[in-house]
Ligand binder design. Structure first.
Ligand code: C2E
Ligand code: MG
Ligand code: MG
Ligand code: MG
Length: 278
């Protein structure tokens, strides 16, 4: 009886394992088609000034709906696109769209900042660097922020840091995404050419009920400011956290409380409304 139970467990476990495995295979198989046929969509999540709640920037986030796979989240397919090298083409497309969005938003107002997420792989091949050099010749660098995670820099540190250095010298702003989840300390990060630190959602989520998180966030903001970095909190979901973060001098906030990721048209509308109410 015992052996039978164990077999059932093994069968159950393997089925679960196989299902996830098959889905990953299917994703890798479908990705090239999505790239070739324009299967991706971009949305944007507003980044607001903590002191006023007004939109000062937006982060571009990719979305993919596949006929057979359904919705596939970026956390699911981006790592696979990185492993298979397809991320290079995806990032190329995102950068092109971002330029298009900037140009459209500049017809509405003089200043806008759009963030795009950059992968480790993008920092060690020439495609992204060449694209961004070309964009800077059209003066795009002042409108784009490049979000990079700490772990992306650990990949091939010398090459990626040299790439960031070059992009920073061109005038692009660099942001460290998901800060606090990796192993780097601010003392290591201060050597990098960065402008912004995004405190990971994990520290913001339970902010109001976790004194430890408050200590971490408070001291991170303080230290980041001493290093002349702008601080962004991601994943702000309630008003109390907003108040707390504003009181503690966090500069910019992002999260469902202000807005979920929205379409370009909705972002445009939001900026238009804010302008009318200025
Ligand atoms: P990220 O760059 O840290 O983006 C923030 C993620 O948190 C987004 O998930 C966003 O929808 C979600 N989020 C924002 N506010 C809240 C909140 O208040 N509560 C909760 N629960 N979640 C919130 P998303 O869009 O699923 O993206 C996940 C990750 O996938 C991103 O994390 C980023 O690392 C990656 N990613 C997304 N788009 C791209 C892309 O175009 N290129 C690359 N290389 N990576 C991307
Ligand atoms: Mg990001
Ligand atoms: Mg993040
Ligand atoms: Mg993330």
């Amino acid at each position: 009886r015992h052996a039978k139970e164990q077999n059932q467990f093994v069968a159950f476990y393997r089925e679960g394992f196989d299902e996830a495995h098959l889905r990953r295979l299917a994703i890798v198989e479908q990705l090239p088609k999505a790239i070739a046929n324009g299967g991706f969509k971009l949305v944007a999540q507003p980044k607001v000034l903590a002191s006023t709640g007004r939109t000062v920037a937006a982060e571009i986030l990719i979305r993919w709906h596949d006929e057979t796979l359904g919705w596939v989240g970026p956390d699911e397919f981006i790592p696979l696109a990185e492993q298979s090298g397809m991320i290079t083409e995806i990032t190329h497309w995102v950068v092109k769209q971002a330029e298009h969005w900037v140009n459209q938003l500049l017809q509405l107002q003089d200043e806008i900042k759009l963030s795009i997420n950059i992968s480790a792989v993008d920092l060690i091949n020439d495609k992204l660097a060449n694209d961004l050099i070309a964009l800077s010749q059209r003066n795009m660098q002042r409108y784009l922020i490049l979000e990079v995670t700490e772990s992306a820099l650990m990949h091939e540190p010398e090459k990626s840091i040299a790439c960031l250095q070059m992009l920073s010298e061109l005038g692009y702003e660099i942001s460290i995404d998901d800060y606090g989840t990796g192993y780097s300390s601010l003392s290591q990060i201060r050597r990098l050419p960065i402008n912004e630190l995004k405190i990971d959602r994990a520290f913001i989520q339970y902010l109001m009920s976790q004194p430890e998180d408050q200590s971490i966030v408070r001291s991170t903001i303080q230290l980041a400011h001493e290093l002349n970095l702008r601080v962004v909190a991601e994943g702000v979901e309630d008003e109390a956290s907003w108040r707390w973060l504003a009181e503690h001098q966090c500069d910019v906030l992002q999260g469902y409380y202000f807005s979920k990721p929205i379409s370009f048209d909705d972002l445009h509308l939001r900026l238009l409304k804010e302008k009318e109410h200025a």
